[in-house]
Design a protein around this ligand. Sequence first.
Ligand code: PMT
Length: 221
Amino acid sequence: SKSKDFAGKKVLITMGPTQEAIDPVRFISNHSSGKMGMAIVKAFLARGAEVYAVSGPTKLTFPKEVNTTQVKSAQEMFEACQTIHAQMDICVFAAAVADYKPAEVAPQKIKKSSSKLELTLTKNVDIALTLGKAKSAHQIHVGFALETENESRFAKQKLTKKNFDLIVLNSLRDEGAGFQIDTNKVSIIHASGLSSESELLPKSQIAELILDEIKNVPVWI
Ligand code: PMT
């Protein structure tokens, strides 16, 4: 059995997609299943942490030991995270948050009429960025970067901009990595610049690697 090396740590994990309503029957979303986040939730639980999951809509079942808040939109996910952030020791932002949402939610189902329909989108709150500005010296923030090109450059930009201590990069160019499947292949990049690359592994093992790397962050005690 694993050692309880995260005992006494409070951990927030954002996971899954967000859904941004267009009208009462439609939304904008993405392909996240929540599997990567759930693997991280389970790894922290097994290693003794007190786990708080804030999850967008998924088909997954949460272990009863997890403090789970289920949300739909990015705004709801932000509010749930904001409420508990100051009490957390570690935050892992594994959610695939919609960057944009419809500027207005139509109160009734939008009717099919003209051949073209234009939707105006506005920027969503960036949860990791906003909480990154509030991060205190003892807190560790772990981000994810899902990229399709210029992977390591974009990941390093996100690491800096969002004040992460480390970022987990996954690329849709890697077969077996990313959304929905049970495997992933990642690079874990520290703010110090040190980085390591994983093999293609089950998300459960990727989660263990992430926890191991968190213990290499300088503020870890
Ligand atoms: O859920 P699965 O099907 O298992 O798939 C896993 C995954 C591909 C979703 C996961 O491994 C992953 O990469 N999650 C992050 C996806 C993402 O939205 O990355 P990004 O590069 O757009 O965002 C960068 C970081 O900022 C992420 O930590 C993200 O959670 C965070 N963010 C982004 C936008 C926003 N408005 N708020 C945020 O907090």
